[in-house]
Design a protein around this ligand. Sequence first.
Ligand code: SAH
Length: 393
Amino acid sequence: MSYNKVTLKPKKEESLLRFHPWVFSGAIQSIEGNPEEGDIVEVYGANQRFLATGHYQIGSIAVRILSFKQTVIDKTFWTERIRAAYTMRLSLGLVQDDNNTYRLLHGEGDNLPGLIIDMYAYTAVVQAHSVGMHYARHEIAEALKAVLGDALHNIYYKSETTLPFKANLDSESGYLTGGEVEDIALENGLRFYVDWQKGQKTGFFVDQRDNRSLLERYAKGRSVLNMFCYTGGFSFYAMRGKARLVHSVDSSSKAIHLTKKNVGLNFPDDSRHEAFAEDAFRYLEKMGHHYDLIVLDPPAFAKHKNVLRNALQGYRKLNAIAFEKIQPGGILFTFSCSQVVSKENFRLAVFSAAAQSGRSVRILHQLTQPADHPVNIYHPEGEYLKGLVLYVE
Ligand code: SAH
């Protein structure tokens, strides 16, 4: 099979030689054969040396690299990549009797830019962030079946919010295999209803697993506020960790409904838990000073670089109220999942908030995303989750 050819300008091959998985449009000298968005292309240096094979895109990222070898992108290719990702998850101990919730494939981190696959028990939720991955979805589904075999009942494709808007595709969210609507997923022995059709992202925030476990260690005897709780993830670890009380808050009433269902699954009739559908700032302003463990896990405040300043102010304001109100000896788990907010900037925003409150604050842990959300060492942009665990005197 021959693919269309993209040739780079002189001296623009450097980043590909260092295995960075993107080609920016400004680096391109010429394109042969008029490829369309989503087509496979081969990238060559100005000296006609082959560099990589990837998905062509219209936009500032012009090619997302699938392979640094001259390869045919077919079912065998997808199967090998997905198998490599699965083998790694198995070796990390993520597929166990008490845990069947994990990210099977994390885009650039698993050498498949633009593709996310999350596993919830017997269901894989596939999300395409590029047109190329959208076109490949049926081959990807076949590859998933080949790798996971009987362990896989459903494949749900969910890309209506992640595909480039301008591509004007019919995103066709829906089942590629199976069709069970709701499933109970297990994370470290806790059970969660996951609604991939109507829920946020792929249905659950798999990336907080390790950080939830850490919170469990500190929960004993504490009064916990889980702000931005979504379906209650942190709350159940706190309850298992013998918290005195746990309050879960989210502005989405759907999320609160699922949180309550999840309480029923894990701790039926446990009066330590209450859930409130309310705006974070309103709740924080009016709440008392009785919490001594607070989780702040807001949605991405900045999706683009040009709103970075506002985002940092948002983090400062949010954290400032928590510092002001948390009990002496309290522990704050605070996060940012905005990829454009650097670790340093986030820390600075939290630092400003701490200074504003005048409290003595120490950093106990610096957190990030778990091992099933690996960062490709050649693509440091893949690091997005940042967290601080702080002891507030
Ligand atoms: N901590 C969660 C994930 C949080 S995602 C977990 O472990 O699963 C961010 C959540 O913030 C979403 O559920 C969203 O509904 C909620 N949210 C967004 N804006 C909000 C606001 N202004 N006040 C309260 N919750 C908000």
